[in-house]
Design a binder for this molecule. Sequence first.
Ligand code: HEM
Length: 317
Amino acid sequence: MSGVQDVTASPGRCAIIMVLGIRDYKKAKPKILEVCGKLEALVRSELNRFPDSATGTVLAFGATAWKKLFKGWPVPEELSLFEPIEGEKHLAPSTPGDLFIHIRSGRMDVCQELAGIISQSLDGVVESIDETHGFRNFDGRAMVGFVDGTENPTGDDTKEFATIAPDPQKTGKADFSGGSYVLIQKYLHDMKAWEALPVEEQEKTIGRRKYNDLELSDQAKPENAHNAVTNIKGENGEELKIVRANIPFANASKGEYGTYFLGYAGKFSTTKRMLQNMFQGDPPGNTDRLLDFSRAVTGTLFFAPAPDYLALLAEEA
Ligand code: HEM
C-alpha cells in the first residue's frame, strides 16, 4: 500500500515526476485546490483496481507558490527558495518550480493515468518545467550500477526522519507536523568515464561493493566516498538521516543516463548539510567523488503537507 502524501514509501517500480510552473495564480488557485481535494480519491481508485500496485502520489509546493496561493497562512519554517551550493569544483544549481508531483506505482500505465488526470485538471494554468519517467533498475540499482537505498531508514524511523515532528505549541494552519521538505535534483552521469573506471575504483567512489552491496570497511573506504560524505551525525553523535526515493531514468538514443534524487526530510537542514559535504566538502575540498561522474542539472525545494493538511487546503476552495 502507498497512498496520498506517503513520503516514507520506497521508490517503487515506476515513477513519473512532474515539476510545474504556475502561470496565472488567480486562475490556477481554484484548480490547484481542487486537485488537493481529489488526489486521495484518485489514488484510492487506483488501489481498488490494482490492489498490489503500491500506488501513491505526493503533491508539494515551492516557497513562492506557497506564499502566493495561501496568502496570510503560516509558512513552513524551512521552506524558502533553494540556494545554489557552489564548491571549487562542483555546483548544485537552483532551478525554478512551483508545484511538484511525484507519482509512483508498480505499473507505468497507472502512473500515466494519474499524470494525465492531474495534468487535465491543471490545463491552461500551469506549464511543464520538467517531466521525468523513472524505473526500478534490476535489484534497485542506481544508473551507475550500485544498489541504492540500503542505508535508508526503515520501520518507524522512516516517519521520524522524513516528516516534521508534532509540536504541541502549533495547531491548526500552523501545524505542519507530518509534512516533509522535498529536495529534488536531476543528475546526469558521464557514463563513458564511469564505465572506463575499474570496478574497484567505482566501489571506492560509492563506498560499497558493486555485486553484493557490502559496505567497505572503514580502512578500505576513502574519505571522499559517497557514503562517507553523506553519513552525518548531530551534536550528540546521533545519526541524521533522510528518506531517499531516488529513481533512475534514461534516454538511450540521446546517451542520457541519470539519477533523479528525491530527498524527503522532516528537517531540510539535514539534506542541506549532506549537499554541502558533497559539493563543498567537510573539511573543504573533500568533495564527493561521485560528483566527478555526475552533474546536478536541477535543484528545487518543495514542501509536501501531510494528508490532513492537504484536506485543510482543499477546504479553501
Ligand atoms: C548522483 C546522484 C546519487 C546517486 C547515484 C546516489 C547513489 C547512492 C548509493 C548507490 C548509495 C549506497 C547505498 C545506500 O545506502 O543507499 C547511496 C547512499 C547514500 N546517499 Fe546517495 N546518491 C546520489 C545522490 C545523493 C544526494 C544528493 C544525497 C543527499 C543530499 C545522498 C544521500 C545519501 C545518503 C545519506 C546515503 C547513505 C549513507 C550511509 O551509508 O550512511 N545521495 N547513494
